[in-house]
Write a protein that binds this ligand. Structure first.
Ligand SMILES: Cc1cc2nc3c(=O)[nH]c(=O)nc-3n(C[C@H](O)[C@H](O)[C@H](O)COP(=O)(O)O)c2cc1C
Ligand code: SF4
Ligand code: SF4
Length: 287
């Protein structure tokens, strides 16, 4: 009898094989990463659900500070989870993937969270990955509560709840597809018109313009949380008030996570409810 990983086995030869197999699998599994971008936590929730089901998957938030990790990527099983912005990719996600070191043989998949329509986002991701000589094997879209606070209130709680249940079910299905290494998987939600608009809108996005209308109202207590959750180091605290530095991704993390609901965009947000995914904590975004 031999003990292998805590199990008693009868045949020493099989035991050795079993042990080697476990080691090999462990090495394979450890070589798995999900890079995610998030403002209000939806994409982190999806990334976490996938990571949990695949175990030993490293989760890395895409931020300006983590850009260096793209160039040093050592993983050959790579997931990229992100929110759709203006029917396209967030700028930081695009830059991250442009820098991402990818083995042509790597298994690459993506999941875009959106309020209903991914537009051209998956197609844009496919082009970026192919530009590196690699293949985007699977692409999914996951509908989540729309967090575009500057224009709308978040959906009613009942709808949010329905979407959360749906997301967990979809994550189970996605994990099976990914774990079995399936290729040519394309799950694109949304209209053709949104897809056409995506390529135009995402080209007009200007990070230097996007924060011009943010302001902090009298409820601001100078806690600095908005600066700490910003993925692009775009907020500096001056005299205990946030100041924006004109390189904004428009992720709205600063607005959704402000504990005083003091952070506003023009006037429309003053009476609007904030939103963040209930399973994500503000500390998850502070790195
Ligand atoms: C700047 C911005 C633009 C958005 N554009 C779209 C869009 O074009 N299509 C869509 O379905 N949802 C859109 N949304 C909604 C988000 O994609 C969706 O709520 C996403 O799940 C947010 O993910 P996060 O919580 O990980 O940031 C937009 C949200 C923001 C903040
Ligand atoms: S998170 Fe809100 S309360 Fe805190 S500094 Fe920023 S705006 Fe002010
Ligand atoms: S300033 Fe706010 S909206 Fe702009 S990137 Fe930072 S957290 Fe996102």
């Amino acid at each position: 009898m031999v003990e292998v990983n805590g199990e008693l086995r009868y045949n020493p030869f099989n035991g050795k094989e079993y042990y080697q197999e476990q080691l090999r699998k462990k090495e394979e599994i450890m070589n798995t990463v999900i890079y995610y971008f998030t403002g209000s936590g939806n994409s982190l929730k999806v990334a976490r659900d996938l990571a949990e089901k695949m175990s030993h998957t490293k989760l890395v938030r895409i931020t300006s500070k983590n850009m260096i990790l793209a160039e040093n990527n050592q993983y050959d099983h790579v997931g990229i989870v992100f929110p759709v912005y203006y029917y396209g990719l967030p700028v930081l996600v695009r830059r991250f993937v442009q820098k991402l070191k990818l083995d042509p043989e790597a298994y690459v998949y993506t999941a875009a969270t959106c309020g209903g329509s991914v537009g051209a986002a998956l197609k844009q991701m496919k082009a970026l990955v192919e530009n590196k000589g690699a293949t985007l094997s699977a692409a999914f879209s996951v509908v989540m509560p729309d967090n575009y606070q500057v224009m709308y209130s978040p959906p009613p709680r009942e709808k949010q709840q329905r979407l959360f249940v749906q997301e967990e079910k979809q994550a189970d299905e996605m994990a099976v597809v990914i774990a079995s290494g399936e290729k040519n998987v394309w799950d694109e939600k949304g209209t053709v018109a949104a897809k056409l608009m995506g390529n135009i809108l995402s080209r007009t996005f200007q990070p230097e313009e996007k924060d011009k209308h943010f302001w902090a109202d009298e409820k601001c207590n100078g806690c600095g949380i908005c600066a700490r959750v910003c993925p692009n180091e775009n907020i500096m605290m001056v005299n205990q008030k946030p100041q924006w530095l004109h390189k904004c991704e428009h992720c709205l993390a600063c607005m959704h996570w402000c504990p005083q609901q003091a952070l506003q965009y023009k006037k429309g947000t003053v009476k609007r409810e904030r939103y963040h995914h209930p399973d994500v904590q503000v500390t998850d975004l502070m790195g």
